[in-house]
Write a protein that binds this ligand. Structure first.
Ligand SMILES: Cc1cc2nc3c(=O)[nH]c(=O)nc-3n(C[C@H](O)[C@H](O)[C@H](O)COP(=O)(O)O)c2cc1C
Length: 202
């Protein structure tokens, strides 16, 4: 698969088969993440494999709570019903659960590129995450990013160091659908992807 096909095929997946993910595929994806660019070569990404069913259930509960809160802010009844019908996670069904964090502890006296903007650490992690996502896609697997949750409670459940900032929980497995080759939210008539990005010349 060439890189443009892989970019186009990558989907945020919320529907998985039961097929296990070989360790080799997961390791390849994490190494792809690790080859991402990082500000000042800080490599701030941290990965936590969530194998415990109990912790997965606790994380699912965080999602359910946050999603119910989000529901309250949707005023229009039809839109509210539609929101409720969307599957926005696969925490208990995906064969692999991976939490990803940004370690702010990598900052030292002088870290290139971080003066005045500590967000660059998180941007580095986002680059790593995209590499992981593309690697999984290239191998015929997929991932779904779950961000709808209280991140402080999420960090508490996983008992990670204080300066690791949560970026999300990733459901990883074999996609059960490709949503007809478009984002699931478009496929579900929630929102349409724009044809082109906005580019301004100055
Ligand atoms: C930072 C981030 C957080 C996201 N959080 C969620 C989430 O909690 N639940 C969900 O279903 N999708 C989540 N998504 C997926 C987006 O909805 C998805 O990327 C978008 O609809 C485009 O679809 P595509 O990734 O399949 O192209 C998230 C994506 C990003 C980049």
């Amino acid at each position: 698969m060439d890189i443009y096909t892989c970019i186009a095929k990558r989907r945020d997946t919320r529907h998985f088969t039961n097929e296990p993910v070989p360790e080799e595929i997961l390791n390849k994806a994490i190494m792809a993440a690790h080859h991402g660019p990082s500000v000042g070569l800080t490599e701030p990404w941290r990965f936590v494999r969530v194998k415990s069913e109990e912790k997965r259930e606790q994380i699912k509960n965080l999602f359910t709570k946050a999603s119910k809160e989000a529901e309250k802010s949707v005023i229009e009844p039809k839109t509210k019903e539609k929101y409720k019908s969307l599957k926005l996670e696969a925490i208990l069904d995906a064969p692999i659960g991976l939490a990803i964090f940004c370690d702010h502890g990598v900052l030292d006296d002088f870290t290139i590129g971080t003066i005045g903007n500590a967000n660059t650490l998180e941007w580095s992690c986002a680059c790593a995450i995209q590499n992981m996502w593309l690697s999984l896609t290239a191998e015929g697997f997929g991932a779904g990013w779950v961000s709808i949750m209280d991140y402080e409670a999420f960090a508490d459940i996983l008992e990670i160091p204080k300066n690791w900032k949560p970026l999300g929980y990733f459901c990883i497995g074999k996609p059960a659908t490709d949503y007809d080759g478009e984002p699931m939210l478009q496929n579900e008539n929630w929102k349409k992807r724009s044809k082109k990005p906005l580019i301004i010349e100055v």
